[in-house]
Design a protein around this ligand. Structure first.
Ligand SMILES: CC(=O)SCCNC(=O)CCNC(=O)[C@H](O)C(C)(C)COP(=O)(O)OP(=O)(O)OC[C@H]1O[C@@H](n2cnc3c(N)ncnc32)[C@H](O)[C@@H]1OP(=O)(O)O
Ligand SMILES: O=CC(=O)O
Ligand SMILES: [Mg+2]
Length: 360
């Protein structure tokens, strides 16, 4: 293990200094596209400024025959596009045991390292995977003369990865965040599902049999569908919070079911996630809506803050007790509203009166 003193030293001579704080840029939707798909790629310039993150995907969902075209396509798109301040460029490289990943990383850092904000690494098993990528990136950054380190995002999609999530989150100052990868995780755990994210009608809790009713076992009883992902998301959120990095829900594959997608994203938001993946343009607006606090929550947070005066003690507001701890939650909402308003006049208007300075 590296000593704390060494942690912020570059891992290669000439590589940029590691960051001490992960930049907290909005990343409500990580919008996936396949750079080898000409129709999809043609839509990317118009998405700049409308999504927080554009992610050129090179891994699963890109056909094996198209892996090189996807890599080359991403290089071409990145070179031709000005992403501005509002949109980050990320990539998801192939898995570390694949025949493509070395060329993915070498090519992307060398050709477009100055444009890439984050590299998403799939199927991370433990901190050793992050250490490998960390050193390789430092070497390539030094050779490319980059002045800003590229950050790393891990996908949590193996049982071993989940068991090691705290060490993964702490493995490098490059760690930007972690996404839940429910599809691969389900397969790796040998769960008996056949879908990409979301719930399952068979995973439920049933109300007790009614008392004093004939054939009570077969009587109508309320069933509550449970969340397959609650444990993993909660663990991931804690690991990220502990290490000052950001947690995300991953993919929701039922593109047509925009209602369940919104529910699943909101569960993740309420548990502490800052964003989710959008696989199709229709999911962009869902993520934006869910991962931006509601106007009602912002207004309520503002009232609690005003009622709490110097921030200590207890007060009653609308019949509920508020104190230092509920104020802290309200400040989280206000800080997020302030951050998002800064780059989005529509949200700024929604949250009016101006939220400037409220989180201080
Ligand atoms: C488990 C995991 O690893 S999840 C992550 C990996 N998966 C992905 O990245 C999937 C990315 N998304 C996709 O491949 C596609 O959206 C699909 C396959 C889900 C659906 O694609 P389609 O059947 O073409 O959807 P649809 O017909 O509704 O598309 C409408 C338009 O939006 C475009 N479009 C679809 N997805 C995207 C996207 N992610 N980004 C930009 N444009 C897109 C289509 O090209 C199409 O364009 P057109 O109007 O010019 O014909
Ligand atoms: O890569 C994502 C997943 O769910 O698997
Ligand atoms: Mg996966």
């Amino acid at each position: 293990m590296r000593s704390a003193k060494d942690f912020f030293a570059p891992l290669a001579v000439g590589a940029p200094l590691p960051v001490r704080e992960v930049p907290a840029r909005p990343s409500r939707m990580i919008h996936f596209f396949d750079p080898s798909n000409e129709k999809m790629a043609a839509k990317i310039p118009a998405l700049v400024g409308t999504v927080d993150v554009l992610l050129g995907n090179l891994e699963d969902a890109v056909k094996a025959d198209n892996k090189e075209a996807a890599r080359a396509g991403l290089v071409a798109i990145a070179k031709a596009t000005d992403f501005g301040d509002a949109t980050q460029l990320w990539t998801r490289v192939n898995s570390l045991d694949s025949p493509w990943v070395l060329d993915d990383v070498v090519t992307l850092v060398t050709e477009i390292g100055d444009k890439l904000d984050v590299i998403m690494v799939p199927k991370v098993q433990g901190p050793e995977d992050i250490h490998y990528v960390d050193r390789l990136l430092a070497q390539l950054e030094a050779r490319a003369g980059l002045t800003r380190p590229i950050l790393v995002h891990a996908i949590l999609e193996t049982a071993r990865g989940v068991a090691n999530v705290e060490q993964i989150a702490a493995a490098s100052p490059r760690m930007q965040g972690i996404s839940l990868g429910p599809a691969d995780l389900a397969a790796d755990r040998r769960m008996k599902t056949t879908r990409v994210g979301g719930g399952h009608p068979g995973y439920l809790v049933r109300q007790d049999p009614p008392v004093g009713v004939e054939d009570a076992i077969n009587a109508d009883r309320v069933v509550y569908q449970q969340d397959l992902w609650h444990y993993t998301i909660a663990r991931m959120v804690d690991a990220c919070a502990l290490n000052g990095i950001f947690p995300y829900y991953g993919p929701f594959g039922d593109i047509k079911d925009v209602v369940a997608c919104e529910d699943q994203f909101r569960n993740a938001f309420l548990l502490g996630c800052v964003g989710a993946w959008s696989l199709h343009p229709v999911q962009i607006a869902i993520a934006k809506k869910v991962f931006s606090p509601s106007a009602a929550d912002v207004a309520h947070a503002r009232r609690v803050k005003a009622a709490m005066g110097d921030g200590t003690g207890a007060v009653m507001l609308d019949g509920k007790m508020e104190d230092d701890a509920s104020l802290k939650q309200c400040l989280v909402i206000l800080a997020l509203a302030e951050q998002l308003s800064a780059g989005d006049p529509e949200l700024a208007a929604l949250y009016a009166p101006a939220v400037q300075g409220e989180a201080q």
